[in-house]
Design a protein around this ligand. Structure first.
Ligand code: GLU
Length: 424
């Protein structure tokens, strides 16, 4: 199908945005009368490109390109992370903002979808350069964000410290302290207990549910994980605690295999110091061997477009749980469906992060903070319910979990869009 696309997105190189558009095309036949509004989902509401100049430690000036995109605000304020990565583009951020709209609707939290990022390799910056860049970026996107407007959060290469700088910059500009402008903050600034590993916990909960539906238990299951950052790292720990074996891992520095299962605590200690898996004991394998490694559950938890026709048919896992956003291309999705591999899509699998972001935002507004047990318990219940609802829709329409998840998410967004109507 040909796509009507926003003119500023390069039609020859759609990447993740192309994947998203294809996903919308696949769900459209199931949307009934709401199809009248579907074009809404194919266009971001507003996009901002900013220049971020900073003085480097050596006295020279460097310029970085930054973005904040509001995809859809029909159901509430924008919500979505900030990514620092050399491959960030407006097109990528637009796709990620759109997946946030679907994700917040799927778990039924009252937010729209947004995303931001800076095209930078943060590993090349000193801590003070990173702070200056984060603060200047926050000032430049000031008109887009706010506790009732759009609430950023961590994503690839961003963390609690960066959220603290963003919050401080916004509050200094406003002249008062308002912690609800970002989530994923340090606890001392109104952050939520349980937020740091919430995305991973959500991945773990849906993996447990999906594997349970296959009449299998996590104890003894062999897990392969791509990416050991915000999502993959904590997920590895949760799976190991449940008695599963993490047998294959991959990051930007290489891939390792250990059929007996890695010592996950030692692995995470190594990664927190070295910032990569390289140097950790294990059999060094190629990327192709990583994708084809013998395992039961595969967790892509890095970047987009990792599972493609080039590696999909060699995958051994019977269950894929998408910790990353957009890791599987639509062509690979078709191959996996024909192989009878169950794919739990990103917009439910990694929705634990934004769900606890919602809990954090609610706690900030009420200035009343919950216990970690309460947060983890509420997260578990919400994820299990959302996943069950999706499985019911998948059965009813005889469609993949991805299409079912998109049916649930798109219906919620477009019903809100329809009720609000066009103005002026
Ligand atoms: N960056 C995370 C995601 O992609 C979390 C977003 C949030 O908490 O707003 O879902």
């Amino acid at each position: 199908m040909s796509h009507e696309i926003a003119s500023y997105l390069d039609p020859k190189n759609l990447g993740a945005w192309g994947t998203y558009l294809e996903q919308i095309d696949r769900v459209t036949p199931y949307l009934g009368p709401l199809t009248r509004w579907v074009e809404t989902l194919k266009r971001p509401k507003r996009s901002l490109i900013v220049d971020v100049p900073i003085e480097l430690d050596n006295g020279t000036i460097a310029h970085f390109e930054g973005y904040r995109v509001h995809h859809n605000l029909s159901r509430g304020p924008g919500k979505g992370g900030i990514r620092f990565h050399p491959d960030v583009t407006l097109s990528e951020v637009t796709a990620l903002s759109a997946w946030m709209s679907i994700k917040t609707a799927v778990v039924n939290v009252p937010f729209g979808g947004a995303k931001g990022g800076i095209r930078v390799d943060p590993k090349k910056l000193s801590q003070s350069e990173l702070e200056r860049m984060t603060r200047r970026f926050t000032s430049e996107i000031n008109m887009m964000i706010g506790p009732q407007k759009d609430i950023p959060a961590p994503d690839v290469n961003t963390n609690e410290q960066i959220m603290a700088w963003m919050m401080d910059t916004y509050c200094v500009n406003q002249g008062y302290t308002t912690s609800g402008v970002v989530t994923g903050k340090p606890i001392s600034l109104g952050g939520s207990l349980g937020r740091r590993d919430a995305t991973s916990r959500g991945v773990f909960v849906v993996a447990r549910e999906a594997y349970g539906q296959m009449n299998r238990e996590l104890s003894g299951a062999r897990i392969a994980i791509q990416g050991l950052g915000n999502v993959g790292g904590h997920a590895a720990r949760l799976f190991a605690q449940a008695g599963a074996k993490v047998v294959a891992i991959q990051d930007h520095s290489g891939a390792l295999y250990n059929p007996n299962g890695f010592d996950v605590d030692a692995l995470l200690d190594h990664v927190s110091l070295a910032r990569e898996i390289n140097g950790f004991p294990g059999e060094s394998i190629t990327s192709q061997q990583f994708w084809s490694s013998p395992c039961d559950i595969l967790i892509p938890a890095a970047l987009e477009s990792q599972i493609t026709p080039a590696n999909a048919s060699s995958i051994q896992a019977k269950l894929i749980v998408e910790g990353a956003n957009g890791p599987t291309t639509p062509e690979a999705d078709d191959i996996l469906r024909d192989m009878n591999v169950t794919v739990v899509p990103d917009v439910i699998a990694n929705a634990g992060g934004v769900t606890v972001s919602y809990f954090e935002w609610v706690q900030d507004f009420s200035s009343f903070f919950w216990t970690e047990e309460e947060i983890n318990h509420r997260l578990d219940i919400l994820m299990v319910d959302a996943f069950k609802g999706i499985c019911d829709v998948a059965k009813k329409h005889d469609v993949s979990l991805r299409t079912a998840t998109f049916i649930v998410g798109c219906e919620r967004i477009l019903k809100a869009r329809q009720m609000r109507g066009l103005y002026p």
